[in-house]
Design a protein around this ligand. Structure first.
Ligand SMILES: *[C@@H]1O[C@H](CO)[C@@H](O)[C@H](O)[C@H]1NC(C)=O
Ligand SMILES: *[C@@H]1O[C@H](CO)[C@@H](O)[C@H](O)[C@H]1NC(C)=O
Ligand SMILES: *[C@@H]1O[C@H](CO)[C@@H](O)[C@H](O)[C@H]1NC(C)=O
Ligand SMILES: *[C@@H]1O[C@H](CO)[C@@H](O)[C@H](O)[C@H]1NC(C)=O
Ligand SMILES: CC(=O)N[C@H]1CO[C@H](CO)[C@@H](O)[C@@H]1O
Length: 455
């Protein structure tokens, strides 16, 4: 795109943002005046081989799985058939080609302006054995496809587990690099930090829903084989003039096991996986005092038993701390409400995306001081990790606050992904991998010691 077209694009996008009922700020209800700078990496074209659909007229595509209950004995398998509902069955079992069990899916579609989605299938499979490989088959006799996944080990204090951390992926050539590096890692499940397809950045057609389908196919090499634990970002809000139902495409396409953690919304929930207790929050839903999300989180934090799940991890889209000029201060409202709880309950790490760069803070707190205060070291506080660098079309956030604030331990405006390798109840190894290097090269790393269980 030429310079003047880019300017026009930015201007029209900004106008649409102002007109939409939701806003890009993390302060639910207040519109951010932030307008992105004039540089973008382009999305791959819709006919890119990375978005190719499987052969067969109505073959299942965009296959993805996620945890289906609170402790990993269930999985939800989702897929889309483009032309007809077709078979709603998942055949599965513990040996390839010997499918001893079956389960049926729900099927639905949604419309967005003139776009109508394919047939979206969600199939909840319960009663799975821990640490077991399951093979599954979708489709009918003519167009069937087979995949497999490994269930997590049973929940317990000393269970090692490796999480991949990805955020703000989009669908550019940088996205492909991030994914291909992640696929070579030892990650067993993904904690996804929000902002998936960036379909909402399109104006012709407005919020181009074909980009959701393209994205579903792009990430299938990972999402069909391991659970991605989803959180929603500002690009999932997806409202614009004439389409005012917030999160419509996301909620139709990506299920979460919210009911099993007594949540009333698909957008915030918790799961236990191995030795980790993961709390997912929604930066773009109401979280003000006494809102449903606030009430749920207050109860949820009190439920966590660190002798069973020593690792307490909070996932959200908008960071509570970052020293980046991009999106400055957007996390302040949530920080004012939740930071004291995170310290009280000794949350180990808080993961966020949104700012297109990598940053790791020291353990610090701003509790009890006004907005312009300097955070102080606090051993009970979480480390705040910002991994919004999956590679989307909006490019990197490169302008930092200088000098680097004392709370910021490491920051770099490069695309990449991170790995959280939980070794046992006391130690986890954190590593961040920038795209310019091969996957085994570590850009930043740290041994993280558990905040509660010390030996
Ligand atoms: C599940 O789907 C299969 C194949 O479409 C069908 O034969 C069966 O009746 C369905 N079972 C239930 C309980 O709906
Ligand atoms: C996914 O796997 C297929 C088959 O190996 C490959 O052709 C495709 O490029 C892969 N996609 C990505 C994003 O790496
Ligand atoms: C950490 O922060 C909490 C909450 O404000 C406070 O009660 C505690 O005293 C602080 N601890 C240290 C070591 O500063
Ligand atoms: C946990 O793993 C770390 C790193 O391998 C090791 O130093 C530590 O002794 C282990 N702790 C326990 C309780 O097993
Ligand atoms: C989003 C965010 O947390 N931005 C912060 C950037 O850093 C300044 C101070 O250095 C904070 O005031 C902002 O809140």
């Amino acid at each position: 795109m030429g310079f003047s077209k880019l300017r026009l694009y930015s201007w029209v996008t900004a106008l649409l943002i102002c007109l939409s009922t939701e806003n890009l700020s993390c302060n639910a209800g207040i519109t951010s005046s932030y307008i992105r700078p004039d540089f973008f990496s382009s999305d791959l074209p819709l006919d890119s081989p990375y978005f190719a659909v499987p052969p067969g007229d109505n073959a299942p595509q965009q296959v993805h799985i996620t945890q289906g209950d609170s402790d990993g004995k269930a999985v939800t398998i989702s897929w889309i058939t483009p032309k007809a509902a077709g078979s709603s069955q998942v055949l599965y079992g513990t040996s390839p080609n010997a499918y001893t069990q079956s389960s049926n899916s729900t099927v639905s579609t949604y419309s967005y302006f003139t776009y109508t989605s394919g047939y979206i299938h969600h199939c909840l499979i319960k009663g799975l054995q821990p640490a077991t490989t399951y093979y599954y088959k979708l489709g009918d006799d003519t167009y069937s496809r087979e995949f497999s996944f490994v269930t997590p080990p049973g929940v317990g204090p000393n269970v090692p587990y490796t999480f991949g951390i990805l955020g703000d992926l989009g669908q550019t050539s940088d996205t492909v690099t991030t994914l291909q590096h992640y696929l070579k890692s030892q990650g067993q499940a993904v904690l996804y930090l929000g902002d998936l397809s960036y379909a909402d950045t399109y104006i012709f057609p407005l919020h181009d829903q074909r980009r959701w389908d393209a994205w579903g196919n792009l990430v299938e090499n990972s999402t069909a084989y391991q659970s991605w634990i989803w959180s929603a970002g500002n690009h999932e809000v997806d409202t614009t003039i004439g389409e005012d139902e917030p999160f419509k495409p996301f909620l139709n396409r990506y299920w979460t096991p919210y009911a099993s953690s007594a949540s009333t919304s698909q957008l915030w929930y918790s799961v236990q996986r191995a030795s980790a207790y993961i709390i997912v929050l929604s930066s773009y839903s109401d979280y003000s005092a006494d809102s449903p999300q606030w009430i749920w989180l207050e109860k949820e934090l009190a439920k966590v038993d660190r002798t069973t799940t020593p690792w307490l991890i909070v996932v959200m889209h908008c960071p509570l701390y970052n020293s980046n000029e991009s999106h400055q201060g957007e996390g302040d409202a949530m920080r004012a409400l939740f930071e004291q709880w995170f310290i009280q309950y000794k949350v180990d790490i808080v993961l966020a995306g949104h700012v297109h760069a990598y940053e790791r803070t020291n353990r610090i707190s701003s509790v009890g001081c006004s907005s312009a205060c300097t955070p102080v070291p606090n051993d009970s506080a979480p480390i705040y990790l910002n991994i919004g660098d999956g590679g989307n079309r909006e490019g990197l956030s490169t302008s930092y606050i200088n000098p680097q604030p004392a709370y910021s331990a490491y920051r770099e405006a490069s695309f990449g992904h991170a790995i959280l390798d939980i070794k046992n109840r006391t130690h986890a190894f954190w590593s961040w991998h920038r795209n310019q290097d091969g996957e085994p090269v570590i850009g930043d790393s740290l041994w993280i010691t558990n905040r509660v269980i010390k030996s």
